[in-house]
Design a protein around this ligand. Structure first.
Ligand code: SF4
Ligand code: SF4
Ligand code: SF4
Length: 249
């Protein structure tokens, strides 16, 4: 999966004032998203994942599996390995993945039953299993492969930021278990929250920004390269994940 790597830090934005074209590229990205979020709802949950601190330990994936009793072969949260280069100039990095809880989610409008919807009070995208008919329209619409059919229930599931935990004031299970403190969760509308400060001061990126979904999972230091990355001709790239490359978009 290839993603735009445009940085969207407000600090960068300020720092680049007067630098013309670069500023224009940055300015179109995040300020509008943040402004819209502040205007629309009191709480705007988001996650920042600092891949520089991620060791690829999969503790987050395991915690998520346990939290929701996710069956084998399907995942609400997973970690991709990104291998690049040709020996001896090689690198390996990790890209933790989950539903991006998009501000403009493609999955919501296609759902014929209203099972998938955005919570107005906090922006989390949820699936009402009672209303889901398993048609998979939402799976086709999501640009991030974040959804799957639970083989035990026949209904679609995905990450919901551990809604049952955060409504009790707890962190999502993946955040709680991350030994590297690579994951930070909180309210983007609270300027004193760590997520708001990180988004404001770090050069964060999102997955596939060009899709216009406005993800609320932000990455620091992420390598968004994939097997089809053409930025470096001849560059060897392999993304190791639970889904075969041919099934990924
Ligand atoms: S638990 Fe933290 S360090 Fe481990 S793979 Fe997940 S995000 Fe990375
Ligand atoms: S990542 Fe996919 S499933 Fe999650 S909110 Fe965005 S479009 Fe919907
Ligand atoms: S699979 Fe369920 S949640 Fe997805 S579009 Fe169909 S009814 Fe909606």
């Amino acid at each position: 999966m290839k993603a735009t790597v445009t940085t969207i830090s407000r600090r960068n934005l300020v720092g680049k004032i007067g630098k013309g074209a670069t500023l224009a590229a940055v300015a179109t990205a995040v300020p509008g998203q943040a402004k819209a979020a502040i205007a629309q709802r009191p709480v705007h949950y988001a996650m920042v994942i600092d891949t520089r601190k991620c060791t690829g330990c999969h503790a987050c994936s395991v915690a998520c599996k346990t939290e929701f009793e996710v069956p084998l072969g399907v995942h609400r949260s997973w970690v991709e390995y990104v291998e690049k280069g040709t020996y001896p100039n090689v690198s390996r990095s990790f890209l933790p993945r989950l539903c991006n809880q998009c501000s403009e989610p493609d999955c919501v409008s296609v759902c014929p039953t209203g099972a998938t919807y955005k919570r107005e009070e906090d922006g989390i995208i949820v699936v009402d299993a009672e209303k889901c008919i398993g048609c998979k329209y939402c799976m086709q619409a999501c640009p991030y492969d974040s959804r799957f059919v639970n083989p035990n229930t026949g209904t679609v599931e995905k990450c919901d930021f551990c809604l049952h935990r955060v409504t009790k004031g707890l962190e999502p299970s993946c955040v709680n278990t991350c030994q590297g403190r690579a994951r930070v969760f909180g309210d983007l509308n609270d300027p004193d929250s760590e997520v708001a400060k990180l988004v404001a001061t770090e050069p964060v990126t999102v997955l596939r920004q060009e899709m216009g979904t406005q993800p609320n999972v932000f990455y620091i230091g992420a390598d968004h390269a994939d097997e089809n990355d053409l930025r470096v001709p001849g560059q060897y790239v392999r993304v190791d994940t639970h889904r075969p490359a041919l099934e990924r978009r």
